[in-house]
Design a protein around this ligand. Structure first.
Ligand code: ASP
Length: 587
C-alpha cells in the first residue's frame, strides 16, 4: 500500500506516530519558509507542515507542488499547539510534520476548483470533467449515501427472505409507456433486441418459476422526451412477491423505508407511521394531483354548492357547463399586491385556467377580483367553510373538474415554495391506491393502461370491461413522497384469460398479442401463483435524502439535460464497417 493511514482518520491519539499518507493537494499556503499543504483523500483532509529544515531535493520538489497534485507524504503526527486547533476540520487537532514527500503525479490546472461549493462552472463543464466534479466533498458524500441506501435495501430484503436475481438487458420490448431503446442484431439481420423499460415481465416469470420473493437493483431504459428531471437510464429497486395481496406488499416496503431513512439520514423525519393511504380519487380532489406533497395542508375545497345561484358570470358558466368551483386558502396573503396576484393569474393560466378569482379577507372587509360579484351571504358561507381568517387570500378556480384540480394543485405548490410551507427535513410518505385501470387516449382514440398491462383489474369491476372500461379500478398503488412519485406497483394478472381481455381492450390484435406477449400468456398456463410487487426509484430517493435539486446530482455519470454524455461524447457516429456488420444504413 502507498499509505499507512487515510487523511481523514488522524486524531490527537495518533500523536508522535510515524505515518505515510497518499492523496491530493487540496490547498497550499506559504508562510515565510514554512509551507502548509492540506492533503485530501476520500476519507478527509489533514494539514501537512513542511519545515525549511528538510533536504534540498524535498524542498525543491515541494516548491513546484500545486493544487490537485498527487503526493505521498511520510511524516510524524503532532498535536497542534493549544489555540491552534482547527475545529472546522475533523483532523483539526493534529498536523503532520513532513519527513519526506514524493510526487506521484503532477496535475494541470483544473478547469474548476474542487475545494469549495462556490465558483462552480455550468453543469455541462461539470459533466465534461465529471471525474473532477466527483472529487468535490458534496458529490463524494452523495455517492456514499447512495451506496448506503442500496446496501441497506439489500441487507433488509435478504433478512426478509428475498433473493437478488439479475435479469437480461438485451431483451424484448417491455412496455412502461415510453419508447424502447433498440439494439440491432448482427447475427439476425433486421432483428432487434429491446432494452427493458423495467424487468416487469421477467420478475413475473420469476414468480412463475417459484422464487417467491425477488428483488434487483435494476437499471431501466426509457427513450422519453427529456423534459423535466429525467434520465434515459435510471435505477429502481425492483421487487416482486408471490401469494400476496396489496397490503402485504405495501407493509413490506413501508417497513423497509421506515427502517432505512433513520439509518442513513437520522436528521430526516417521517410524516406518520403507518403511512397514510389515500384513494386516487381522494388525492385528486384534495390536492389536485396523484402525487401530492403532504408536508403542508392547503387542501382544495369544493364550494360549488355555495355558488349554485351565483350572480358572478365566471362561476355561473362553470356550473352551467357541469363544472365545479373550488378554492384554496393562502394564509397571510390578503395584502398581495396587484402585481403578485397578476403573476399568480398568469401561473393559473399556464396550468389551463381561463382566469383566477380571488377574495382577500381584510380588516376593511373583502377585497380581491371576486369581491364585488359575491353576495355577502355567499362570502360568509365560504369563509366559514374554508376556515379563512383575516389576512388570508382565497383563490378560486371555476371550470371542468380536471382543470380546476390541476390549476389549484399547481398553485398549491407555488405557495409551498413562496411561503416555505414544507419542512425540507420531512419525508411525507403516503400510499395512493385504487387507480383507474385505463385512461382514454384522445389522440389515438383508444384505451391505454394507466399503469402497465400486467396490472390486475379489481375483481369487482370485471363486469365493466364490456360496459364502461373507464370506471374499472385497478389493484395498482403508488408510493408518493414530498410531491414525487417514488414507486409504482400493482397486484398482477396471473390468469391468462384476464390478461387476454386486457390486451384486447388495449386494442392489440391476436397476432400482436402472440408476437409481443405470447411467452407471458403461455407462462400463465403453467401454474402462475398470485403475485404482486413494485419498483421504487433509487435516484429520486437519494436525491431527496441528499437535499439535491435533481437526480443528476446523485448519479455518478449522468447524461446532461439534452441526453448527451458530454464526457465521452455519446451518442456518437460509428465506423461504416460496424454499421455494415449490423446491416444498417443511415437514411
Ligand atoms: N415495472 C413497474 C415500473 O417500472 C413497477 C412495477 O409495477 O413493479 O413502473
Amino acid at each position: 500500500m502507498y499509505k499507512t493511514h487515510t487523511c481523514g482518520e488522524l486524531r490527537a491519539a495518533h500523536a508522535s506516530q510515524q505515518v505515510t499518507l497518499a492523496g491530493w493537494v487540496h490547498r497550499r499556503r506559504d508562510h515565510g519558509g514554512v509551507i502548509f499543504l492540506d492533503l485530501r483523500d476520500r476519507y478527509g483532509i489533514v494539514q501537512v507542515t513542511v519545515n525549511p529544515n528538510l533536504s534540498r531535493e524535498t524542498l525543491e520538489a515541494v516548491s513546484n507542488v500545486r493544487m490537485e497534485w498527487v503526493l505521498q507524504i511520510t511524516g510524524t503526527v503532532q498535536k497542534r499547539p493549544a489555540g491552534m486547533e482547527n475545529p472546522k476540520m475533523e483532523t483539526g487537532e493534529v498536523e503532520i510534520i513532513a519527513g519526506s514527500i514524493e510526487v506521484l503525479n503532477p496535475a494541470k490546472t483544473l478547469p474548476f476548483m474542487v475545494s469549495g461549493e462556490n465558483d462552480l462552472p455550468d453543469e455541462n463543464t461539470r459533466l465534461r470533467y465529471r471525474y473532477l466534479d466527483l472529487r468535490r466533498d458534496r458529490m463524494t458524500r452523495n455517492l456514499i449515501l447512495r451506496h448506503k441506501v442500496v446496501k441497506f435495501m439489500r441487507d433488509f430484503l435478504d433478512q426478509e427472505g428475498f433473493i437478488e436475481v439479475e435479469t437480461p438487458i438485451l431483451f424484448k420490448a417491455t412496455p412502461e409507456g415510453a419508447r424502447d431503446y433498440l439494439v440491432p442484431s448482427r447475427i439476425y439481420p433486421g432483428q432487434f433486441y429491446a432494452l427493458p423499460q423495467s424487468p416487469q415481465q421477467l420478475k413475473q416469470l420469476l414468480m412463475v418459476a417459484g422464487l417467491d420473493r425477488y428483488f434487483q437493483i435494476a437499471r431501466c431504459f426509457r427513450d422519453e422526451d427529456l423534459r423535466g428531471d429525467r434520465q434515459p437510464e435510471f435505477t429502481q429497486l425492483d421487487l416482486e412477491m408471490s401469494f400476496v395481496q396489496r397490503d402485504d406488499v405495501l407493509a413490506m416496503v413501508e417497513a423497509l423505508y421506515t427502517a432505512l431513512i433513520p439509518a442513513v439520514t437520522p436528521h430526516k423525519k417521517l410524516l406518520a407511521s403507518p403511512w397514510p393511504k389515500f384513494s386516487h380519487h381522494e388525492v385528486m380532489e384534495k390536492y389536485g394531483t396523484d402525487k401530492p406533497d403532504l408536508r403542508f395542508g392547503m387542501e382544495l375545497i369544493d364550494v360549488s354548492d355555495i355558488f349554485a345561484q351565483s350572480d358572478f358570470r365566471v362561476f355561473q358558466s362553470a356550473i352551467e357547463a357541469g363544472g365545479v368551483i373550488k378554492c384554496i386558502v393562502a394564509p397571510g396573503c390578503a395584502d398581495y399586491s396587484r402585481k403578485e396576484v397578476d403573476a399568480l393569474t398568469e401561473s393559473a393560466k399556464g396550468l389551463g385556467a381561463k382566469g383566477l378569482a380571488t377574495l382577500a379577507v381584510t380588516a376593511e372587509g373583502l377585497k380581491g377580483t371576486a369581491a364585488k360579484f359575491v353576495k355577502p351571504e355567499e362570502a360568509e358561507a365560504v369563509k366559514s367553510k374554508v376556515g379563512a381568517k383575516e389576512g388570508d387570500l382565497i383563490l378560486f378556480a371555476a371550470d371542468e373538474r380536471a382543470i380546476v384540480n390541476k390549476v389549484l394543485g399547481g398553485l398549491r405548490l407555488i405557495f409551498r415554495d413562496k411561503l416555505e410551507l414544507a419542512d425540507p427535513d420531512m419525508m411525507a410518505f403516503i400510499w395512493v391506491v385504487d387507480f383507474p385501470m385505463f385512461a382514454w387516449n384522445e389522440e389515438e382514440q383508444k384505451w391505454d393502461a394507466e399503469h402497465h398491462p400486467f396490472t390486475m383489474p379489481q375483481l369487482d369491476d370485471l363486469s365493466k370491461f364490456e360496459t364502461n372500461p373507464g370506471d374499472i379500478r385497478s389493484d395498482a398503488y403508488d408510493m408518493v413522497c414530498n410531491g414525487y412519485e417514488m414507486a409504482s406497483g400493482s397486484i398482477r394478472i396471473h390468469r391468462s384469460d384476464i390478461q387476454l381481455k386486457v390486451f384486447q381492450l388495449l386494442g392489440l390484435s391476436g397476432e400482436e398479442i402472440e408476437q409481443k406477449f405470447g411467452h407471458m400468456l403461455e407462462a400463465f398456463e403453467y401454474g402462475a401463483p398470485p403475485h404482486g410487487g413494485l419498483a421504487p426509484g433509487i435516484d429520486r430517493l437519494v436525491m431527496l435524502l441528499a437535499d439535491e435539486p435533481n437526480i443528476r446530482e446523485v448519479i455518478a455519470f449522468p447524461k446532461n439535460q439534452t441526453g448527451r454524455d458530454v464526457m465521452a461524447d455519446a451518442p456518437s457516429e460509428v465506423p461504416q464497417k460496424q454499421l455494415k456488420e449490423l446491416h444498417i444504413k443511415i437514411a
